[in-house]
Write a protein that binds this ligand. Structure first.
Ligand SMILES: [Zn+2]
Length: 475
C-alpha cells in the first residue's frame, strides 16, 4: 500500500511549515499532518490570495497533527485548522504545548488587530475589504488547545494504525523536536524523519541536537544551508562591544528585535552572565514584549530542559534571566513611555523579523536618529521589514509612515537558533547514508538548498529533492 508525502508549506520558502503524510490502510487513507505553520513576509505579500486561507487539503480529513515546535511559522494556523473542522489529537512535547498556549493567544490578538486595521483602511478608501473575517480569533484558540496530547523526548507513542511517533531534542527552542515516524504498512516498515528546525551545537541554554535512529526518508530544514555562523565566544564579546559602542560611547538606544521564544531568553541569559561577571555597563534593559515575558516564565518552569552546565548555574543564580537594570514591560502605557525617553537603553522586543509587535513602534520612533542602532540577531525572511533594513533601505514604511533610516543596522549571527550548514551536516552524521533512500530539503530559500545539497551529496546522500508546494511523492 502506498505512502505519500506532500509539502503544503515551507516548500521553497522558510515559512508556513506544513507537511502531509498519507498512509493507505484498511481501505482508507490515514492522514498525518506535520506542523501547521503560518506563512509570513513575502510569501503572503506577493501572493494573489492569502496562502494562509488555503491549506491545500481538507482539514476535516486530517486524522492527527504532529507538532515539531511552537514557532508561529510551524504552529500559527492550528486554531484555523481546528476552526475548519480538524478534530483529532495534536501531539507535541510538554514545553511546546505550554508555549503554544501563549503563542497562539498572542497570534489571535494580532490577527484580530491586523484585520480591524485592514477593514478601517478599506472603508476609508471606499473599497470592500479583501476578507470579511480575520484568519482566526481568540475564541478559536481554547478549542485547539484542548486537543493537545504530549510526548516526551525518546518515548515512542502510537498515533495511528501502525504509526509510532518518537521525538528527539533538536535544541532549537525550548521543547523543539525532530519527528520520527515508524510506519508499518503491509509488512513493510518505513522509517521517516522530519527534522523540524535544528538548533546549534553551541547553544548557550539548550542541549545539542540529539542523534536519531536510522531513517529511510529524511525531510530536512535548510534555513542556513548556504552559510556558517561565527564562533560563539567572539559573539558574547561582540554583544558587549555593541552595547559599549551604541549606548555607553554613543549615548544611543540599542534596539534588538528578537523572537519572543528562544532568542529573547538567549540574550537575557548572556546579559545576565555579563552582569554576574561585573562586565555589563549600567544601561537600562527593557524587555518590551508581553509574549516574551510569558515565554521567559515558561522557560523557567521547564529549566530541566537546559544544558547540564546551565542547570548547574541555577544553584548560584536561581534566575538566569533577571539582573540589576532589567525591566519587564507588560503594559502598553509603559511601552509608550519608552518612546519619549531620550537616554541610552537596550530595548528587546518582538517580532524578530520586525513584521509585528512593539518593535515596530520603537523602530518608527528611533530609526531616524543616528545615535541609535538596530541589532539584527536572527533570520529575516525576504520581504520582511527586517530584510529591508539588512539590505540597506534608505527609508522604510511603518504603519503608513515613511521613516528615513539613519540608525545603524548591525548584525550578529550567534543568536541564530538555526544550525548552519556545517551543523546540519553534523546533525545528519548519525545516519548511514546508503540506507537513506530519499532526502527532501524544505524550510529554506534557493541558496540554502543549493549549498546544503552540495554538502550532503559530498557526504554520500543521494536522491535529494526540493519539493514544490502541493507536489505529492510516493515514498
Ligand atoms: Zn523555529
Amino acid at each position: 500500500m502506498p505512502i505519500y508525502f506532500t509539502s503544503h508549506g515551507a516548500a521553497g520558502t522558510v515559512t508556513g511549515s506544513k507537511h502531509l503524510i498519507e498512509v493507505q490502510s484498511n481501505g482508507r487513507m490515514f492522514r498525518v499532518l506535520l506542523d501547521c505553520g503560518m506563512f509570513q513576509g513575502e510569501a503572503v505579500r506577493d501572493a494573489r490570495h492569502d496562502p494562509n486561507r488555503e491549506f491545500g487539503f481538507d482539514p476535516r480529513e486530517i486524522d492527527v497533527l504532529v507538532m515539531s515546535h511552537a514557532h508561529i511559522d510551524h504552529s500559527g494556523l492550528v486554531p484555523r485548522l481546528v476552526a475548519e473542522g480538524f478534530n483529532g489529537p495534536i501531539w507535541s512535547t510538554p514545553a511546546t504545548r505550554d508555549l503554544c498556549a501563549i503563542m497562539l493567544a498572542d497570534s489571535a490578538h494580532i490577527q484580530e488587530y491586523d484585520h480591524a486595521y485592514d477593514l478601517k483602511r478599506a472603508r476609508k478608501r471606499g473599497r470592500q475589504p479583501e476578507y470579511e473575517e480575520p484568519l482566526y480569533t481568540k475564541d478559536d484558540v481554547p478549542p485547539a488547545l484542548e486537543l493537545f496530547q504530549t510526548a516526551v523526548y525518546g518515548e515512542p507513542v502510537l498515533i495511528g494504525p501502525g504509526i509510532t511517533l518518537t521525538y528527539t531534542d533538536t535544541g532549537h527552542i525550548l521543547g523543539s523536536a525532530a519527528v520520527h515516524l515508524d510506519i508499518e504498512n503491509d509488512g513493510r516498515m518505513l522509517r521517516f524523519t522530519f527534522t523540524g528546525d535544528v538548533g546549534r551545537y553551541v547553544d548557550r541554554l539548550l542541549p545539542e541536537p540529539a542523534p536519531f535512529r536510522q531513517a529511510d526518508v529524511i525531510v530536512c530544514e535548510s534555513t542556513y544551508g548556504d552559510r556558517d555562523h561565527a564562533p560563539v565566544k567572539e559573539s558574547e564579546e561582540e554583544l558587549l562591544r555593541h552595547v559599549m559602542d551604541v549606548c555607553v560611547n554613543g549615548g544611543g538606544k540599542l534596539l534588538i528585535p528578537a523572537f519572543s521564544i528562544g532568542k529573547t531568553q538567549e540574550i537575557l541569559y548572556t546579559l545576565n552572565s555579563l552582569s554576574n561577571e561585573g562586565r555589563l555597563p549600567r544601561v537600562p534593559v527593557f524587555v518590551d514584549s508581553p509574549l516574551a515575558i510569558s515565554a521567559t516564565e515558561v522557560s523557567r518552569t521547564h529549566s530541566t530542559l537546559f544544558r547540564e552546565d546551565v542547570r548547574a548555574e541555577l544553584a548560584q543564580d536561581p534566575d538566569l534571566f533577571t539582573f540589576p537594570g532589567v525591566e519587564f514591560v507588560r503594559s502598553p502605557d509603559r511601552s509608550k513611555q519608552l518612546n519619549g525617553v531620550k537616554q541610552p537603553a537596550i530595548i528587546i522586543a518582538a517580532s524578530g523579523m520586525m513584521e509585528a509587535g512593539r518593535i515596530r513602534h520603537h523602530l518608527r520612533n528611533e530609526l531616524d536618529d543616528r545615535a541609535n542602532a538596530v541589532l539584527v540577531v536572527g533570520f529575516c525572511a525576504p520581504g520582511t521589514l527586517g530584510a529591508q533594513l539588512i539590505e540597506g533601505a534608505a527609508e522604510v514604511n511603518i504603519f503608513g509612515d515613511i521613516i528615513p533610516v539613519r540608525a545603524r543596522i548591525l548584525r550578529m549571527d550567534f543568536y541564530s537558533a538555526h544550525a548552519d550548514r556545517g551543523e546540519l551536516v553534523r546533525y545528519l552524521e548519525c545516519q548511514e547514508t546508503s540506507k537513506v533512500h530519499r532526502t527532501f530539503l524544505v524550510h529554506g530559500v534557493e541558496r540554502g538548498f543549493a549549498g546544503l545539497r552540495e554538502r550532503l551529496t559530498a557526504q554520500g546522500f543521494a536522491n535529494i529533492t526540493v519539493p514544490k508546494r502541493g507536489q505529492r511523492f510516493e515514498l
